[in-house]
Design a protein around this ligand. Structure first.
Ligand code: MG
Length: 204
């Protein structure tokens, strides 16, 4: 199982990170299986960077083998979605970016991919019309609407499948809306798709 993730997929988030880039194709990075946190297990803040941010993202689970998937057929390759947190060592990312280096150590470390409870897409609005939000101690800190994505879920699946064979169980993190921020020990994050709680994440 692998995780493919999209960077800079919501215009408002790109502004908050001072990225004016509007790229023709999605920006893709990956995380290994060892990055996954499931079943509400806690995120332990590592000691090798100063600032770890939450990024709340719609996550799509691939349900069949696929390569070179045309965009118009991409919907057949997933039937469940959830919310995930793309934990990012922000200070380290800034340093790597400034040097033009790869992002793996700031984005793909152990525990950097929290994954919630999956919901059948048949129980939700259309894939590009889903609202989600993340609360910290009951206060909403991030809200997203998939209609604001720069690159749609189907486009992302089609695009990445040119380079990577998709397999059952692979996860696609589709990018974060604006509102990212740092986590600290003791925080409790709760993620909702529409009004359904799908993710609880404790920070330790
Ligand atoms: Mg992200």
């Amino acid at each position: 199982m692998k995780i493919l993730a999209v960077g800079m997929n919501y215009a408002e988030h790109n502004k908050e990170l001072n990225n004016s880039l509007l790229l023709q194709n999605p920006v893709i990075f990956s995380k290994p299986e060892s990055a996954v946190i499931r079943e509400n297990k806690p995120f332990f803040v590592p000691d090798w960077a100063q600032r770890f941010d939450y990024e709340t993202e719609l996550v799509v689970r691939i349900n069949r083998l696929g390569k070179n998937i045309p965009e118009r057929f991409a919907y057949r390759y997933y039937d469940e979605v959830t919310l995930g947190i793309d934990f990012t060592a922000r200070d380290l990312q800034s340093e790597l970016r400034s040097k033009g280096l790869p992002w793996e150590i700031c984005k793909a470390f152990d525990g950097s991919a929290a994954v919630g409870e999956f919901i059948s897409k048949t129980e939700l609005p259309a894939i590009q019309n889903i609202h989600f939000h993340m609360d910290i101690e009951g206060q909403t800190v991030q809200t997203g609407w998939t209609g604001d994505m720069i690159h749609s879920v189907d486009k992302i699946i089609s695009y990445v499948s040119q380079f990577f064979t998709l397999k059952t169980g692979d996860l696609i993190f589709t990018g974060t809306p604006a509102g990212v921020g740092p986590v600290s020990e003791g925080m409790h994050l709760t993620g909702y798709i529409e009004d359904r709680k799908v993710l609880e994440q404790r920070i330790k």
